[in-house]
Write a protein that binds this ligand. Sequence first.
Ligand SMILES: Nc1ncnc2c1ncn2[C@@H]1O[C@H](COP(=O)(O)OP(=O)(O)OP(=O)(O)O)[C@@H](O)[C@H]1O
Ligand SMILES: [Mg+2]
Length: 330
Amino acid sequence: MHIVSFFNHKGGVGKTTLVYNLGMALAQHGKRVVLIDLDPQANLTSAALPKLRLSNAISDRLTVHRCLEPLIDRSGDVDPIDPIQIRNTVWILPGHIALSEFEEIAPTGWTEAVAGNAGGFRTSTAIYRLVTEVSRRVDADIAVMDLGPNVGALNRTAILASTGFVVPLAPDLFSLTALSSVGKSASLWVSEWQAAIGSMERRGLNLPFTLPEGKPSPLGYISQQFSVYRQEPAEAYRQWIKQIPGSYTDGISKAMQASGVKMPPGDPNLGEVRNLSSLVPIAQRSNKAIFELGGVEARGAQHTRARDTYGLFSEIAEKVVQRLDYVSHK
Ligand SMILES: Nc1ncnc2c1ncn2[C@@H]1O[C@H](COP(=O)(O)OP(=O)(O)OP(=O)(O)O)[C@@H](O)[C@H]1O
Ligand SMILES: [Mg+2]
């Protein structure tokens, strides 16, 4: 089973839209997929669940927050639930705004883990243990995690739980400068986790659960044009597009390679998503992937454009799976 995160602390670069559409494309490839909403904004959950199912999920407390609550209020350990089925072979573990409470306990847990303290390992492996169990319950092949736009403690536990991560980005100044902080943070987390495992071994701690390896491979980037296209002349963003490969290699590949994670071969450019304008909000409101939109939701040429996105999402999904298979092969 693979766990893949979509991560960039620059906001609004298309993480949630990609997680949903690529998750649905993976299911078309015969994969059993669990979407995990780890962003307290819960945009993925709103896109995946129709209004009534969404309000039932929240009132029945079928969210990731409830699973972590015993750790947050220090009453116990991770309490997994069954994910909600949204297609034949796709499920979601819904997000919740209160998930941000986990940010308050995670830093102490991390310091304790680095010092080799058992309680710290409980918190620092919470996402890994939760996602592994939730995926096991539906026999999933892949868990796809949507992360919020920050390099906080929740994202640290999510990245360390991952087999690999994909970086959605936009060709603009802040998106490209964000790459070096993504690389710095992720590589630092990998080394600190190795230090924590070292402390655990020195202290002879015998933990009653499996630890994540904590070596997430950078699987590549997906660039999009919609955000800058709206604001800047074409020439300006062409300049930024040229800088993407170098910024990704310097900011992410080099940092991650130096931290000892396995690097996938091939061009890190996984694909480019064009400006799909109104199709994106239409698909979100319809709780569908863009390529699933029917002739009623998207008419005429719009419908053809929507169907045509399947080729792109499918191609990116296939590359992501190939790279996950490669990096997890010992
Ligand atoms: N290919 C696209 N074409 C046009 N608009 C898009 C496209 N992809 C995403 N959008 C729109 O851009 C906005 C940001 O997308 P999205 O929510 O997926 O980004 P995000 O990186 O998850 O944001 P956040 O960092 O806030 O979680 C949304 O309003 C979405 O509808
Ligand atoms: Mg998002």
